[in-house]
Design a protein around this ligand. Structure first.
Ligand SMILES: *Cc1c(COP(=O)(O)O)cnc(C)c1O
Length: 446
């Protein structure tokens, strides 16, 4: 038996384990430390009560032979596919049908498994920095080529995100077969505008590229001008697969449920140029290798489309968003160059003159007892940046930012005064709301 040697070529990802061991070291050296985690990559608020009730009822269904559910459809139950098609698309003026929707146990599985339906020879394009699953799963499938000395793969096209392009990947000069786009983006918190997405759709049409659009954070978009779905762009149904998740939007990280949209209009080619609908291939893949998401969890997800469910999602995301906005303001005031924190739970920040993410991480840890995630861990273009997240409680978030603002960075006095006055007179509604949010989080025991 010979192994898949692509696994050996793949370097270990040390990012999160190194952060964890550095935090452990710090705690051991400072047993009284009151460390605040601003590197949390998981949601923290509990699942909505209407979802819990729906799941309780679904559990009871399993107890009686009349209502017992065994294997469900591999594509997901019609009740959930229809709720999604209606609630997430048709009601927003997007013509996506229940048949185009495939329920999964989360976005990560689908992002990794999609590689089953396009050619082994496909050239992949990814943003740098980016969510590591796109590159690593492509490498496992043999699409990486060789690992170069700079840590990049020879067959993968990296689209550098830098201050000059606002940390958003630009349409490359050459064509690729598959491109992964993420908006709102993890880790940078940036979002594509309608015009930028239009450029991507046109690029895909010109080059016969498949766009894999990861919109795991779509529910964080509050600006009506920012697209939440790529299908808001004309022609996108012919070029894009959209991957979504209930994880970050509704606290399903531990429950596991997401979905992938493969519109019937989307086609790929064989070597002779004959076209085949991708939906058929994906359906075949799922029917063979997947037996569907749990009935109980799908009933829970269905409840998110009720008025109570929508209200609950909005309430939780409001809290994360106001945290992120607060972080953004505080970091700007402290003299950082900042991206994200708007329509996104992530804030991406750099201290001018400091080009080492780990040094910045260490400094904030030792001087403020606040943890962050070094941006270099998400790709070479992340050097010098750190990622902060809005997933901690409003109280801890404020405490962490107050501590950071006490560090003697090169501060921007004007912005700092503005930040201070926000705290004093609570001029911004979002910050005003934090008092209410504090009560909520206190009541929740966060
Ligand atoms: C969290 C995350 C996912 C994975 O979500 P699951 O549905 O929990 O697997 C996918 N993409 C991005 C960008 C994420 O941050």
């Amino acid at each position: 038996m010979y192994i898949n040697e692509n696994f050996i070529k793949l370097p270990q990802s040390y990012l999160f384990s190194t952060v964890a061991s550095k935090l452990k070291e710090y705690r051991e050296a400072h047993p009284d430390a009151d460390l605040i985690r601003m590197d949390i990559g998981d949601v923290t608020l509990p699942v909505a009560s209407c979802v819990i009730e729906a799941m309780h009822r679904a559990v009871d269904d399993m107890a009686s032979s009349d209502t017992f559910h065994g294997y469900g459809p591999e594509q997901g139950y019609p009740f959930l596919r229809e709720a999604i098609a209606k609630g997430d698309y048709q009601e927003r003026g997007i013509d996506i049908k229940a048949d185009d929707i495939f329920i999964s146990d989360g976005a990560k599985s689908d992002l990794g498994n999609l590689g089953n339906i396009y050619s082994r020879k496909s050239v992949i394009g990814v943003a740098d920095p980016g969510y590591p699953v796109y590159v690593d799963s492509s490498v496992m499938d043999g699409r990486g080529g060789d690992l170069l000395s700079d840590g990049r793969w020879s067959r993968i096209l990296y689209m550098d995100c830098k201050p000059e392009n606002g940390f958003k990947p630009e349409v490359p000069a050459r064509g690729v077969d598959v491109v992964f786009l993420c908006s709102p983006c993890n880790p940078t918190g940036t979002v594509f505008t309608r015009d930028e997405l239009k450029e991507w759709v046109e690029y895909a049409q010109r080059n016969k590229t498949l766009i894999v659009f990861d919109s795991a954070y779509e529910a964080f978009v509050r600006d009506p001008e920012i697209p939440r779905s790529i299908y808001e762009i004309e022609g996108a149904k012919e070029v894009a697969i959209e991957i979504r998740s209930f994880s970050k939007t509704a606290g399903f990280t531990g429950l596991r449920c997401g979905y992938t949209v493969v519109p019937s209009e989307l086609k790929g080619m064989d070597r002779e140029g004959n076209e085949f609908p991708l939906r058929q291939l994906w359906n075949r893949r799922q029917s063979t290798k997947f037996n569907g998401a749990s009935y109980i969890i799908q009933r829970g997800a269905e409840a998110l489309y009720t008025p109570q469910g929508r209200e609950a999602i909005k309430g939780n995301i409001d809290i994360y968003l106001s945290n992120a906005r607060y972080i953004r303001k505080a970091m700007e005031a402290a003299g950082f160059e900042v991206y994200g924190g708007d329509n996104s739970p992530y804030v991406w920040a750099k201290l001018p003159g400091e080009d080492d993410s780990w040094k910045l991480f260490e400094r904030i840890l030792s001087e403020a007892e606040v943890s962050s995630t070094p941006g270099i861990g998400f790709g070479e273009s992340g050097a010098g940046y750190i990622r902060l997240t809005g997933f901690n409680s409003p109280k801890n978030t404020r405490k962490a930012m107050e501590r950071i603002s006490r560090i003697n960075f090169k501060k921007d006095d004007a912005l700092e005064d503005e930040f201070k006055s926000l705290n004093d007179i609570k001029a911004i509604k979002a910050l005003d709301d934090l008092n209410v949010l504090d009560d909520i989080t206190e009541a929740l025991g966060l």
